[in-house]
Every structure is written in structure tokens, then in C-alpha cells.
Write a protein of this length. Structure first.
Length: 499
């Protein structure tokens, strides 16, 4: 049966003994496999040895695909708070929320965790956040956001709808004094007698024997925390799963390396064969019909002594010749380039995205857009998943976790996560375009400054007043020079939209 892990199954290692579900076993093994492929672990691909080729070469092709995709995915992550009624971002609650999340992100090192979680999510196929709180900590420091291994995440779904997640286990194998056990943390959505969700979330924690933890009605061997309701403000599971890409009917994502395992193996084989051919051609192979040389003292055979500056003495009337090796490694290079090109085309990682690009292509906006369009399209799908899940997480923190644990309430706020574009911008061309538009009166000064800010320019908050004051001084000086008050009367008048 074809599964999301079929293409990698032949490369799987030993199965974990604490899992019984076949798809869970394959999923956990795929996470480890794709991570090993990313880091070019030598035991993953079995390169065939050719002659003396006992040191195969592993090309980091998986790393090229993953790192390139990561550079363009979820760039410039930000959280925006605006008033639900007016849409303004400068209300008292919006400003307070921004400050609270600024402190939360700094304390939890959120952005660095986000970058690492995203990279490994593209590599493995899934990434997971876990939100917790400790009421014993000082107020303002109680909430935590942790990135966790997706191999720990086991969703509990409605038996009639696989897309309806009603709970989840966070399970990990640990070693105790009594042997190996499964530490399991479980969250569930409570339901009434009719099966309707009540909005309450419970949490429980315990240690299980390896063959017991998956059973729904099995009690833990050691209870660490009995089923306990979370504060009523928290109405969503505090575990947030982001798929690398959406696949109908599959509750999990897939690695960007999926489907390329065999191709990457052939790339390694090709370059290893080429390396051997070059080595043999450099060292050389020799043929002779003379007998082995012997030690003059013992008469025992000894190795041929070959090397720079040496002369080989052989019996008279025999031949000793260098065997002609490969005349060119160009066929290897052509074959290697063909394989790499196929990989990059299928993985939507063009040369321009990797950093290998002709200057003329880079300077042409249309050519650059055409080169990057496959990668931009692939990344766009990932960004939608990133924005959706992170917006839900930030909403839950704002409206559930902060009121419950920090006694901080933000009313009437719209929470939205945003990501930007990592596609490079031709700043000179954009500035020229803005200059042309403002000279023709198409845009006003404020719009001009807003767009220039996106390009990295920073303007003082009072720049509008300073520009008007400078214009007034200039007009006054001109009026004094020409002896007229006409210019003074118009000095400092505000143009449309000036700020």
C-alpha cells in the first residue's frame, strides 16, 4: 500500500519497539532518516564500491534543497495587533499587546526557535509548538513557548473525522530505575454526554510501560498529574502542529526530500565513481610480464617500488607499461549535472535561488521573477500554513493564556501573523520609480516615506514638520533676496497628504 513514507521505506533503520501503529512507526523513522540525509550521514545511502573505492563521497544535495527552501519560507515573521472596530494599530490595547509580545518573544527566544523549528520542519515534514505556563513564576514571565520534536506528537482524532483533532499525546521514551518507560503528557477537549465539545481542556501526565501507553483506557503506572482542567479562558489545545505542506487525507506533512531519496543516492554514486576514476588515472595502473621482484638477500618476493623519481628494474626482454586509463571525466560531469539539474527542477530550487546566477538575469526584474516563480509558488503554500497556525496560536495566547496566567486582558483586538517576501528587491529601481511618481503627483509625501521605510530607510518621527519648516525658511530667504512678501505668504503651506 502506498503511503507518504513508501519512497523512504527501503532506507529505514531499526523499528522503535514502543510503537505498534505502522504509520506512526514509518513517520518517526522518516523524521530520523530525512535528518540523516540532510546531514549527509554516510550510513544512509549504500554506495557501491568500485575496486579500491572505500571512501565514497556524499554530496549535500538534500541540504541545498532544504536550506534554499528555508531561506524563502516564512521570512520576516511578525505579529500585528489592530483594533477590531477602527483597524487602528495605535490604540492603547494594541500598543500594550505589542509590548507584551515583544517581552514574551525576547524572553522565550521565539524568533531563534522559530527559525530552527521552520528549518527542521522543512527537513522532516512537520514542526510543533507547545505552549505552557507556570503560575509559580513572577507575573509577566509565566508563559512559555517550546519547539518540540514532531516524533513526540500523536494526535487523537474523532473516529468519524480524521481532520477533527480532539486531543493529543506528547510521548517520549525515557529510562528510569525500573527500566524504560514512556512519559506521556495528554491534552483532551472535554465533551458532554452527547459528544459535543464543552470548550474545556484537560491535561494529564504519567509514566507507562512500553506496551500500555497507546491504549486509550489504560491507566499510567505512575501518575505525575491526574486529569486536571486548564483555566476556563483556555479553549484550544496548547499544541500547534504545522505541516510542511498539505496533503488530502494525511494528518501529517512530508519532507521536501520526500521522493528524491533514490536520485540523491545516484548523485553520490556518480561522484564517488568519478573520484575513483580520477584517483586511478593520477596514480596509474601498470602491467608487466616480468616476475615479482625479489629481495637479493632473502630471495623472497617484495612489492614493486613505484613513485616519483624512481626507476623500476625488470628482467631483460620483458615489458613494463602504464595502462591507459580514462581519457576524460567529462561523461561523469555531464551525468552528474543532469542528475543535479533534475533534482533542482523537481524541488523548485533554481540556480538564482541558490546564488548561482548571471548578473544580467539578476538585474532583469522579469527574468528574475520567471526564474524564481516555481520556488515562490511552492513557498506560498507553506506560508499559508505557517500564517494560519501561528495566527491561531497568537490568538489563543492573547485571549486565553495571558488573561488566565498573567491577569492581562486585551479587549477588542484583531490578531494577525504576517510573513514577508525573501525575493530580493532592486532598490535603485524602486527608488527611481517612487521618485517618478512623487514628481508627477501620483503619490504624496507620507506614502513615499512609507515605501522608502520598507526599503530600509529610517525617518525621524518629526520629519514632516522639519521638512515644512525648512521649506518655510527657504521661502523666507528667497522673499528677502527678491524684496517681496509673495513667497513668504505661501511658505509652509502643506501639500496634499504631507506629514
Amino acid at each position: 500500500m502506498f503511503t507518504p513514507y513508501t519512497t523512504a521505506e527501503s532506507l529505514f533503520g531499526a523499528k522503535p519497539g514502543w510503537l505498534t501503529n505502522t504509520l506512526d512507526i514509518q513517520r518517526i523513522l522518516s523524521y530520523q532518516l530525512y535528518e540523516e540525509i540532510y546531514w549527509s550521514a554516510p550510513d544512509v545511502f549504500k554506495v557501491s564500491f568500485r575496486g579500491a573505492n572505500d571512501k565514497p563521497i556524499y554530496i549535500p544535495s538534500a541540504r541545498t534543497v532544504v536550506d534554499t527552501t528555508d531561506r524563502y519560507t516564512g521570512a520576516q515573521f511578525a505579529v500585528r495587533f489592530t483594533d477590531k472596530t477602527s483597524g487602528a494599530a495605535d490604540t492603547e490595547d494594541a500598543i500594550a499587546a505589542r509590548l507584551a509580545f515583544r517581552d514574551l518573544f525576547a524572553r522565550e527566544r521565539f524568533l531563534s526557535k522559530y527559525d530552527g523549528n521552520k528549518l527542521y520542519g522543512i527537513m522532516r515534514g512537520d514542526w510543533v509548538w507547545h505552549v505552557t505556563a507556570n503560575s509559580n513564576k513572577p507575573q509577566g514571565t509565566r508563559i512559555s513557548m517550546t519547539s518540540i520534536d514532531p516524533g513526540m506528537y500523536f494526535p487523537i482524532t474523532d473516529e468519524n473525522n480524521v481532520d477533527d483533532v480532539i486531543g493529543c499525546h506528547l510521548a517520549v521514551l525515557i529510562t528510569t530505575g525500573d527500566g524504560q518507560r514512556i512519559h506521556r503528557l495528554t491534552y483532551r477537549k472535554e465533551r458532554d454526554s452527547l459528544g459535543v465539545a464543552t470548550g474545556a481542556i484537560t491535561v494529564e501526565e504519567g509514566l507507562f510501560k512500553l506496551d500500555k501507553w497507546e491504549m486509550p483506557n489504560e491507566r499510567p503506572e505512575i501518575i505525575i498529574r491526574p486529569p486536571t482542567p486548564l483555566p476556563p479562558q483556555i479553549t484550544a489545545l496548547p499544541v500547534y502542529h504545522i505541516k510542511n505542506f498539505e496533503e488530502p487525507g494525511n494528518p501529517f506533512g512530508s519532507s521536501d526530500i520526500r521522493g528524491f531519496e533514490a536520485l540523491m543516492g545516484r548523485i553520490n554514486q556518480t561522484v564517488s565513481d568519478e573520484d575513483l576514476a580520477l584517483a586511478l588515472e593520477g596514480i596509474g595502473m601498470f602491467a608487466t610480464d616480468a616476475p615479482d621482484p625479489t629481495d637479493p638477500e632473502t630471495g623472497q618476493p617484495i612489492p614493486w617500488r613505484l613513485g616519483p623519481g624512481r626507476v623500476v628494474k625488470i628482467p631483460e626482454g620483458t615489458s613494463f607499461n602504464r595502462v591507459s586509463g580514462v581519457g576524460s571525466v567529462q561523461p561523469y560531469g555531464d551525468h552528474f549535472n543532469r542528475l543535479v539539474t533534475s533534482l533542482r527542477q523537481a524541488a523548485a530550487t533554481p540556480d538564482v535561488a541558490i546564488g548561482t546566477v548571471d548578473v544580467q538575469v539578476a538585474q532583469s526584474g522579469i527574468a528574475l521573477a520567471l526564474q524564481l516563480s516555481p520556488l515562490v509558488a511552492k513557498v506560498g503554500k507553506k506560508n499559508n500554513l505557517i500564517v494560519d497556525v501561528h495566527t491561531q496560536m497568537m490568538f489563543d495566547i492573547t485571549n486565553g493564556w495571558m488573561p488566565a496566567y498573567e491577569q492581562t486582558t486585551f479587549d477588542n483586538l484583531f490578531v494577525e501573523c504576517l510573513v514577508g517576501s525573501a525575493v530580493p528587491i532592486d532598490r535603485a529601481e524602486r527608488v527611481s520609480e517612487l521618485n517618478d511618481m512623487i514628481d508627477r503627483g501620483v503619490i504624496d509625501d507620507q506614502y513615499y516615506r512609507d515605501e522608502m521605510t520598507k526599503l530600509g530607510y529610517v525617518f525621524p518621527s518629526d520629519i514632516g514638520a522639519r521638512v515644512k519648516a525648512a521649506a518655510a525658511d527657504k521661502a523666507a530667504n528667497q522673499a528677502a533676496a527678491f524684496g517681496t512678501d509673495r513667497l513668504v505668504e505661501n511658505a509652509g503651506e502643506e501639500t496634499d497628504g504631507d506629514a
